[in-house]
Design a protein around this ligand. Sequence first.
Ligand SMILES: [Zn+2]
Length: 227
Amino acid sequence: MSLSRAAVTRSVDDSIPQQYFPCMGNDVGSKREAKALSGLFGDHNFIHDPRINNATWNALLIAPKTMDDFRRIFGQRRNRIELRLEIYGDRRNEFLGFQLFVDGKEPRKGSTICPFSLLESTHRGDLFDIHTCTCMNPGCAGIRTGTAVSHSGAEVLWKNYPARPRRVFLFDRTQYCSEIFRACRHAVEFLGLSNGRSLELEVLTPADLEHHLQLATAEMEAMEARK
Ligand SMILES: [Zn+2]
C-alpha cells in the first residue's frame, strides 16, 4: 500500500534504479530527473560548516536580506503555524500524520510532514526537510528544496519552503515553538493510547517521536536557562 498523498503521481520509468526510490509513491518522471536526483536532492547536500557560529549561519540562511529587513516588511504582522493530526488507513493499519497550516492554509497540500524536522527547527536554524515523503526521502515526493528556517530574537523565519508562490513566513517564536510541542505531545499521547497505530513516516516509530520530543524539550529548557 502506498502511503504517499502526493497530489500528482506519475508512473516511474522501469529503468530507474530502485534503490533511489524505495517508496513507490514518488513522482519522479524521467531518467534525467532521476540522475539529477541520485544522491543529490536539491540543496539537501548543503553542507553546514561547524566552524560557522550560530548567528552567522542563521543570517546566511536568509541572505541577502536580514531579519531586520523582514521585520520592516512585516511590521506588526506575524504568520501563525498550526499542526493538525490526521488518522488514515484502515482499521488494522492506522497511521498518524501531521498536516501543516499557515494562517489556516496548507502551503503545500498533501505533503507528508516530518515532526522530527519541526522539533529540530524549534531550537536551531538550518535547512530542514519539513515537507517530505513517507520514506523521509523528499526527492521521492518531488521535493527538491528544504525549508530554510532562520532564528533571530523573538522571530523564526521560513524561506524557500517547497511550495508556490514562494512566500516568506515570519513567525513569533513563542507561537511557533509552542504549537510544534503541543502537536507532538498530543501525537505521542495518542500513539501511546492506541494499539498498533504507527506514524505515517515508515522508518520511524512512535518511540522515536517520543525520544525526539524529549531531546527537543531538553534543548529548549537549556536555551531558556542560558538567557
Ligand atoms: Zn518515498
